[in-house]
Design a protein around this ligand. Sequence first.
Ligand SMILES: Nc1ncnc2c1ncn2[C@@H]1O[C@H](COP(=O)(O)OP(=O)(O)O[C@H]2O[C@H](CO)[C@@H](O)[C@H](O)[C@H]2O)[C@@H](O)[C@H]1O
Length: 500
Amino acid sequence: MAGSASSPEAAAGPGPAAGRGARTGGQVLSVASECAPLVKTGGLADVVGALPGAMAPLGWHLRTLIPAYRGLSAQMDGGTELWSDPDLYGGPARVLGGKMAGLDMLLLDAPHLFDRDGSLYADASGADWTDNPARFAALSWAAAEIARHGLGDGWRPDLLHAHDWQAGFAPLWVRGVVPSVISIHNIAFQGIAPARQVEALRLPPQDFHPEGYEYWGQISALKAGLVAADALSTVSPSYAAELTTPEFGFGLEGVIRARREALTGILNGVDETVWNPATDPQIPANFTADDMTGKQVSARALREEFGLDDQGGPLFIVVSRLTRQKGLDLLLEALPGLVARGGQLAVLGSGEPDLQEGFLRSAARHPGRVGVRIGYDEALSHRMFAGGDVVLVPSRFEPCGLTQLYGLAYGTIPLVARTGGLADTVIDANDAAIRAGVATGAQFAPVTADALSMALRRVSALYHQPAIWQRMMRQAMAHPVGWDASARDYAALYEKLMTR
Ligand SMILES: Nc1ncnc2c1ncn2[C@@H]1O[C@H](COP(=O)(O)OP(=O)(O)O[C@H]2O[C@H](CO)[C@@H](O)[C@H](O)[C@H]2O)[C@@H](O)[C@H]1O
């Protein structure tokens, strides 16, 4: 197999895997539509951006292929052209390789597909680009070509790691070339295209059937990946199990059930060089579990920034896309009770117009109690995690979730729906957990406004018992949220794929 240039001294790590005499480490082509800190609309970007750094110490070298959206290639210092195609879905394209933000990036420069105003997936009016299937088929096609023929610098991946529907066709096109894994970050988006595009998307017509990439008479990019990849992964063990059910599978539960032997759930980690209250340069004052003075300073600053009075109740925060997935309509219902008990709420997010308006209306109705910022603001999100008492994540489904992990790291107690990765990362403060001294947050179920209201009341009561609350904060901050364990799990998965 080509290209195993990654540092052998970093390989393996201790443990039985090394004893098998198997090779450890290799070259991976990671393919996605976003990658933090370069382009991000959500948690997918965080994970794609963090994986290379997490996997490098285990001997896996990842190169990350994303589209060169408008302005992106200009940010690459001295990029080298490593691949080109005179006609990639209707225009010339090339792949530029170079370092960006410390990452080994490959940018798919195809101006006819990606050099546009608007967002990654939609035009300025918010409507999805009508050629999204072709745009991301092109991304997957370029990935497959790289796997097949290598890049101009002689590099060829040993395996391909596709993320979400935008990379869904890649596993189909690399079958028999290199092993592949597809990770599901959000199954609600599936990359559906009309059947008449089979040829235009360069799909093998013989695979247009229910056991292939056909989905109720249409083309599904995600299904293509789920059917063709050698392994499937998603971002928590609980969500992996949930995906096999109609409630969570979004119509693909049968496909996933059929492949459950190939599916694993591996929790996301957070980048602890960015999310660490002891060193975070973006917060008013640093703090540690042993000296929380900086958290109090940050809380005062946050109340001031959002115009909130200190009512003696906890300061709740939300940092989220404002969508139904995130259950924020339930929070709007439960809000009057929260405020009546002396709580305050600071919200940062953007998304569905009715939710945006709902939060703006409640801010107007509860001055000094509810503050809202509509928009996307990474620096403000850090200040919120530093200053908040409780982070709310009432999601209807949540593959993993990252904000509850930031909350743990910053001693901002997560109150979460008992679903997916939220259930796997937060230890509910029930009596047993409090007595055992292991509670790190609160969970609620079922995911309804009533259950959320009860959980809000329970958390407020705990907040007013300082001995318990402080202990929970310490436990939260001691909870490991980094990548170590998950990187080992991905390494084991990659290893298994290589030795198939
Ligand atoms: N207005 C705003 N300003 C600043 N920052 C904002 C913001 N709105 C959101 N963010 C940030 O965006 C990220 C969101 O990540 P999540 O994992 O919570 O959800 P998302 O649904 O996008 O990801 C999907 O993919 C990820 C990755 O696998 C899974 O964890 C998750 O469950 C799944 O739904 C976080 O880093 C958050 O801080």
